[in-house]
Design a protein around this ligand. Structure first.
Ligand SMILES: NC(=O)c1ccc[n+]([C@@H]2O[C@H](COP(=O)([O-])OP(=O)(O)OC[C@H]3O[C@@H](n4cnc5c(N)ncnc54)[C@H](OP(=O)(O)O)[C@@H]3O)[C@@H](O)[C@H]2O)c1
Length: 247
């Protein structure tokens, strides 16, 4: 099961999407003590190999989704930045880059970021229905699409829109932990990709991959099956792929 060097995530054997939502797979990088940020961002955690795997995972996605706080901290984009992978998507009848999407409650997001300015990908803001009309107007003025979702429970409506209106089969969730937590709460993480980086970060408050009030018990835990585990002696990283086992 444990191979050496790098997995190939370019053409994944992901299951078909259900009728009411896309198939959901998440990708995160964490330290050996399970932390997903250093000094407020994920920068510096993963190696160039981890970055390449992120691009390969995006190759399989119709939509790449982030939470708004990740957009604020590090930016959000669905770009592959790899002409070979872009060509592969085009040969499959897909746009070269997936749709980029962000979920926000406040609508207080930086409108000068690549997410709003790039012409290399389509982008959609899923915005809670309690955001102010000023924020709505400012987002629409960028020319990007805006889809209102119920702030009380945004995830099902957002996924339904992706599946039914965008025709999305697969959404790649790239964090952060709050967004992951909202999806975890509803048991909608179908596959979970994680890079373990050879670093220790520490800190009681430092975030882990899933932020949620819902705590599993031994009897009610979301079980995962290990699909692949690859080690890279050069980077010291481990690349894990899990699939959630439905009860
Ligand atoms: N290690 C990794 O692989 C990795 C990957 C991604 C991100 N990160 C790190 O994770 C951190 C960000 O994570 P985070 O957990 O703070 O935030 P996040 O998951 O990126 O964003 C969560 C966002 O969800 C929105 N939201 C919350 N409740 C909502 C509701 N009911 N309806 C609609 N929208 C709702 C909020 O938007 P508003 O605030 O706009 O209201 C909130 O900012 C950053 O430091 C980033 O660097 C690490």
């Amino acid at each position: 099961m444990v191979d050496s060097a790098k997995p190939n995530y370019v053409s994944l054997d992901l299951a078909d999407a259900p009728a009411d939502r896309p198939f959901v797979y998440t990708n995160m990088v964490m330290s050996a003590d399970g932390k997903v940020v250093i000094e407020g961002t994920e920068r510096g955690l993963g190696s160039p190999v981890d970055q390449q795997l992120m691009r390969e995972l995006r190759t399989n996605a119709d939509v790449v989704l982030n939470g708004a706080n990740t957009l604020r901290k590090t930016g959000s984009s669905s770009r592959l930045k790899d002409s070979r992978l872009e060509s592969l998507r085009i040969s499959r009848g897909q746009p070269p880059n997936p749709i980029a999407a962000v979920l926000s409650s406040s609508g207080d997001i930086p409108l000068d970021r690549l997410f709003f300015t790039s012409d290399q990908f389509r982008a959609i803001v899923y915005l809670g229905d309690t955001a102010s009309s000023e924020r709505v107007a400012a987002i629409l003025a960028t020319g990007r699409e805006l889809v209102e979702v119920p702030a009380t429970n945004p995830v099902p409506a957002m996924f339904r829109h992706m599946r039914e209106t965008l025709g999305a089969q697969r959404v790649l969730v790239e964090g952060g932990p709050t967004l992951n937590g909202m999806i975890f709460d509803q048991e909608l993480i179908d596959e979970y990709f994680i890079t373990i980086a050879p670093r220790l970060v520490g800190g009681d408050e430092t975030m882990t991959a899933i932020r949620s009030d819902r705590v599993s018990t031994a009897a009610l835990v979301q079980q995962l099956k290990l699909i692949s585990a690859v080690t890279n002696p050069e980077t010291g990283e481990m690349y894990l792929r899990y699939r959630r086992i439905n009860s």
